[in-house]
Design a protein around this ligand. Structure first.
Ligand code: TNX
Length: 493
């Protein structure tokens, strides 16, 4: 119980371990817990080889069970929190919401031996460390972004990414679906976006896109893991793929050339044309329609060809369209300069704590998602010797990704304005799942802990590094391609 990531709020270890056997059952009382029970069974069955039936239990449950139950009296834990108790008779997880049970299941997973992560039957002693945990998140919002535009990642890869989020209690997936190099989401009213704008990527690969069905499949998969999908349609800049697909969206009326490079900031929709606003309204409404989550991200970064006034006027058209569709708008923090309605969320991606405009927007009531490029941009290289990634915000060695406070980063911003941290993974030179894993591990679990765990327990890298290192036997079983940073005291080879 001392090695958990993210570290729980309260932990009391005991000697009374529990051992899973072929007779163990998973006991639920309310239908609402069944989904989590099925997820847990799916996790435990392959490696244990046990049947682990899910049964609708009595009030006490049979001995030797893992019991998942919604307990409305969990008033001292947050709606996403849980209590977990392990003794010789079994495991009990209690929460007021299914999301809390799911978080408890992720903790239980880490209390089992690493071999539990295997997808084939293992012979192991399936012992769960005894004790009690009370746990809940510091921030309700914990996010991870993935750029599927610079390089396209298929549905299976995105599902694997979602599984990594869930493993470390991150509950929002932000998909950067459109950029200069590719348009990755089917839009019925503008079919060329995917007929013409999706078949390339950085370096000239074949690209790809999600059909509406595939997007829904991602959303549903995420839902079973209590992850909310946030689609991003970047505008008015970063729109090269749209400009390549439709001549009328360009001011000169000519289709833009396919873009396989990595320049940023040199494209914009044509703001003087009415068709531009019809276009974004159609896209926003179709994306909102296929997205059950409450948020829609409209980018707004690096529109370098526009004046501030042009940019602000555009955003003051686009933002109401998002609200009109019943979604809460998010934009990269520049969007706050347009003085949008208060519910608009700014995603901070700056590199300095001195950001008075952002602090003023927070003061005026805007909430912020924190992705400072110096710490949470997991597309930054670890150091000069690691090949993958970029370095415009500097290198981000493993301790740096942990050594910051989401609520304390920007001068003059109160914690109450912070929704939570979000890692970013841009994909200019990230091409495969293995590349993604290399950038994510071991930095991502650190940021995930900053989002979940109490501030007082997350300020000591020298303590954290041992818990982080203790995760690696699991990653080995999961076959994760993590960076073996010399700054982490990995268990002896
Ligand atoms: C800046 S961060 C960008 C992206 C790039 C990224 C590379 C942001 C809002 N825009 O277009 O991919 O840097 O790190």
């Amino acid at each position: 119980m001392e090695n958990l990531v993210p570290v729980p709020v309260d932990v009391k270890s005991s000697e009374a371990d529990y051992t899973l056997t072929e007779n163990t059952v998973i006991e639920v009382r309310d239908g609402e817990a069944t989904g989590v029970a099925e997820y847990l069974a799916g996790l435990l069955r392959p490696s244990t080889g046990y049947e682990l039936p899910i049964i609708e239990g009595s009030s006490t449950g049979p001995d030797g069970s893992i019991s998942l139950r919604l307990a409305p009296d969990s008033s001292d834990i947050h709606s996403q929190g849980y209590r977990l108790q392990v003794n010789a008779d079994g495991v009990q997880i209690r929460a007021s919401e299914p999301a809390g049970l799911f978080a408890g299941v992720q903790t239980l997973r880490q209390l089992l031996p690493p071999a539990i992560e295997a997808d084939t039957e293992q012979s192991a002693e399936w012992t769960v460390s005894g004790g009690r945990i009370r746990d809940y998140p510091r921030f309700t919002y914990r996010g991870a972004h993935l750029d599927v535009a610079r390089h396209f990642f298929d549905v299976e890869t995105v599902k694997q990414y979602i599984d990594y989020l869930a493993q470390y209690k991150v509950n929002h997936l932000h998909l950067h679906l459109t950029d200069d190099q590719g348009w990755r989401i089917e839009i019925d009213s503008w079919p060329n976006l995917t007929d013409e704008g999706a078949d390339s990527e950085v370096g000239g690969g074949s690209g790809g896109y999600y059909t509406k069905e595939e997007y829904k499949e991602i959303v549903q998969y995420a839902q079973t893991r209590f992850v909310t999908v946030i689609p991003e349609i970047d505008m008015p800049g970063h729109t090269g793929a749209a400009l390549e697909s439709y001549a009328e969206l360009n001011c000169d009326g000519e289709k833009r050339q396919e873009d396989t490079g990595t320049n940023v900031g040199d494209t914009s929709l044509c703001l003087d044309k009415e068709v531009t606003y019809e276009f974004i309204e159609d896209v926003i409404s179709e994306v909102a329609e296929m997205t059950p989550g409450p948020y829609l991200h409209i980018g707004g970064d690096e529109a370098h060809t526009l004046s501030d006034k042009e940019y602000n006027d555009f955003m003051n058209c686009a933002i109401p369209m998002v609200i009109e569709q019943g979604k809460r708008p998010i934009g990269w923090h520049q969007i706050l300069g347009a003085d949008p309605p208060e519910q608009t969320i700014g995603q901070f991606w700056g590199t300095s704590s001195d950001a008075p405009e952002v602090a003023a927007a927070a003061e005026a009531g805007h909430e912020l998602i924190m992705s400072p490029a110096t710490d949470a941009y997991l597309d930054m290289k670890y150091n000069e010797d690691t090949e993958l990634g970029l370095d415009w915000a500097g290198y981000t060695p493993v301790p740096d990704a942990y050594d910051w406070d989401p609520a304390g980063y920007i001068d003059g911003v109160d914690e109450s304005s912070i929704m939570g941290p979000e890692t970013a993974l841009w994909s200019e030179n990230i091409r495969t799942l293995s590349d993604i894993e290399f950038m994510l591990f071991p930095r991502f679990p650190g940021v995930a802990e900053l989002g979940w765990s109490p501030e007082a327990k997350t300020d000591d890298w020298d303590e954290f590094k041992h818990r982080l290192a203790a995760q690696s036997p699991r990653w080995n079983v999961q076959d994760i391609n993590y960076y073996q940073s010399p700054q982490v005291p990995w268990p002896g080879e």
